[in-house]
Write a protein that binds this ligand. Structure first.
Ligand code: RP5
Length: 166
């Protein structure tokens, strides 16, 4: 999927280039499901004006879900949620110092009124953020709903009934 594509329904934003190896997992899922997205580096601390502009324009640009990943003092998802009504899905990026628990706590404890749908720490959380965004879009897109159902069925099908020696 062309990350510069205009009018895409999902924004994948992250605090730093260093978050991309994690956030790429969300992009991979959206590629598999045929969901359009854009990717941007938007830091709450290093580029606060960029964050504000992105949030200010998000709904008018047609974004229907924003996946926001950050690590450490991970204020990006919450600040984005405070700036736009577009649903924000937060991904706590794993950190070296505190293993991402710092990121998780920074994202999950939002005050009443400004929710962030917070995923698990790291790659699994980013992949699930892609699936969550697809699920939100699938509510009003039957073709995507069918692709998502097929994706889920294929995953279930891939799980063996019995363990085997590796
Ligand atoms: C956060 O600080 C970013 O989201 C990233 O997870 C973390 C470290 O950023 P870098 O120092 O690697 O750019 O803002």
């Amino acid at each position: 999927m062309d990350s510069k594509q205009a009018g895409v329904p999902v924004g994948i934003i992250m605090g730093s280039q260093s978050d991309w190896p994690t956030m790429r997992e969300a992009a991979t899922i959206l590629d598999e499901l045929g969901v359009g997205y854009e990717t941007r580096i938007v830091s709450a601390h290093r580029t606060p004006d960029r964050l504000w502009e992105y949030g200010r324009q998000a709904a008018d640009r047609g974004l229907k879900a924003i996946i926001a990943g950050a690590g450490g003092a991970a204020h990006l998802p919450g600040m984005m949620a405070s700036k736009t009504r577009v649903p924000v899905i937060g991904v706590p990026v794993q950190t070296r110092a505190l293993s991402g628990v710092d990121s998780l706590y920074s994202i999950v404890q939002m005050p009443k009124g400004f929710p962030v749908a917070t995923m698990a720490i790291g790659a699994a959380g980013a992949a699930n953020a892609g699936l969550m965004a697809a699920g939100i879009l699938a509510v009003s897109d039957p073709e995507l709903a069918a692709r998502l159902d097929a994706w889920r069925a294929a995953l279930s099908e891939s799980i063996p009934e019995e363990p085997r020696d590796e």
